[in-house]
Design a protein around this ligand. Structure first.
Ligand code: SF4
Length: 375
């Protein structure tokens, strides 16, 4: 069962409660380069991205957000580290949400100034806790007397290393989040969402699980610095999969060292795997084996590319042989099973057509167009 949370509005997208779990991404352009950033956001919108976050490393970036906001239609979040004035400027320039890192924005008076403008503008704040930039051990909410290069975070046990009651990374991540949550609550501000990201999957899972019992706010899920498209997608799917299956998580971002469009695609695949979203087509493809009558790898990838052009909620199967294919994929709305020099098109496991191999892709797409969405 989905965790019961409060709801925040990021522009016109609601996060938390019973609202759809949304997929978000982050631009990888220089935010001050308005044209490049707008282009990337539009590419992401086309791929289905529902919320976008832009890094705000300096005032030029904070100012550029005004023009970016005017040219895109999905909500924009300003990602703020170190300098609270960048958050204030971003809010003035119309962003839909602020992400504050409590690891490097630790001056409560400065945070209060940010909360004031967030209140005036009715925009939420994400408290974005990140393993890589946690406050020094013993230094939560303190601004003096600590070097961020000697934070001692690496000396804390991670989730899988906890053997007794020793203070762990999980404790430190939760304590960091709770410090900022209480600061915001003291100002009567509860337009909050939270993330607790680490590269270490068990640490991430435990942190979210424990905080889920302590606060009512919606969660943004992610595994930080997850890696390349292949390894990073798997790592993220494992971590987020556990949490989402337990009903924890309201919006997700897959962080990949790759084109951000792949982050969005991976995000939807994770949600579709758990039947949490049904956006677009779902491809079922057999792994191929000695019975295959066709190059399944090529056929599956060709179909995958073609399916990107349709938004229909439909399950499509690509199977390598006509003997086992239709039966093994009987759950699919529509499918193709290759034979020697020909292919069977089937619906819910029943043969509807036989076509020559050279026409099979066109025939499959035609059938998909003629098949109603399954949802
Ligand atoms: S559908 Fe046919 S080719 Fe594909 S894995 Fe099954 S038996 Fe092998």
């Amino acid at each position: 069962m989905r965790r019961n949370t409060s709801v925040v509005s990021v522009g016109n997208v609601k996060v938390g409660g019973n609202n759809d779990i949304t997929v978000q991404s982050m631009t990888k352009t220089n935010t001050s380069d308005v044209n490049a950033t707008v282009k990337q956001i539009k590419d992401l919108e086309e791929a289905g991205c529902e919320i976008i976050r832009c890094a705000v490393p300096d005032m030029a970036a904070a100012e550029a957000l005004k023009s970016i906001k005017q040219q895109v239609s999905i909500p924009v979040i300003a990602d703020i580290h170190f300098h609270y004035k960048l958050a204030i400027e971003a809010a003035r320039n119309g962003v839909d949400c602020l992400r504050l890192n409590p690891g490097n924005l630790r001056d409560s008076e400065q945070i209060k100034d940010v909360v004031k403008i967030a209140k005036e503008r009715s925009i939420p704040i994400r408290i974005g806790v990140n393993f890589g930039s946690l406050p020094p051990v013993g230094g939560i909410g303190k601004t003096k007397g600590f070097s961020r290069h000697m934070d001692m975070v690496n000396t804390l046990p991670k989730a899988s290393e906890i053997t007794n009651d020793t203070y762990s990374v999980v404790d430190h991540m939760i304590a960091t989040a709770l410090w900022e949550i209480s600061l915001l609550e003291q100002m009567d501000f509860d337009d909050i969402k939270i993330s607790l990201k680490a590269f270490d999957v068990p640490t991430t899972i435990e942190s979210y699980r424990r905080l889920a019992k302590l606060v009512p706010y919606p969660f943004h899920l992610g595994i930080t610095e997850a890696g390349t498209a292949f390894a990073g997608s798997i790592r993220t799917a494992v971590g987020l999969g556990v949490l989402l299956y337990e009903g924890i998580g309201d919006t997700i971002r897959v962080s990949l060292s790759d084109d951000p469009v792949k982050e969005v695609e991976a995000g939807f695949e994770i949600l579709k795997s758990l039947n949490l979203r049904n956006k677009g087509t779902t491809l079922v493809a057999c792994p191929s084996c000695g019975r295959a009558d066709v190059d399944v790898r090529k056929l599956a990838n060709d179909v995958d590319q073609l399916l990107k052009k349709t938004d229909k909620n439909i399950k499509v199967a690509v199977m390598g042989c006509e003997v086992n294919g239709p039966g093994e994929a009987k759950d699919a709305d529509i499918g193709i099973a290759a034979g020697a020099g020909r292919a069977i098109i089937f619906k819910k496991g029943e043969k509807v057509k036989v076509v020559p191999e050279e026409n099979m892709l066109a025939a499959l797409m035609e059938e998909i167009e003629n098949t109603p969405s399954s949802v």
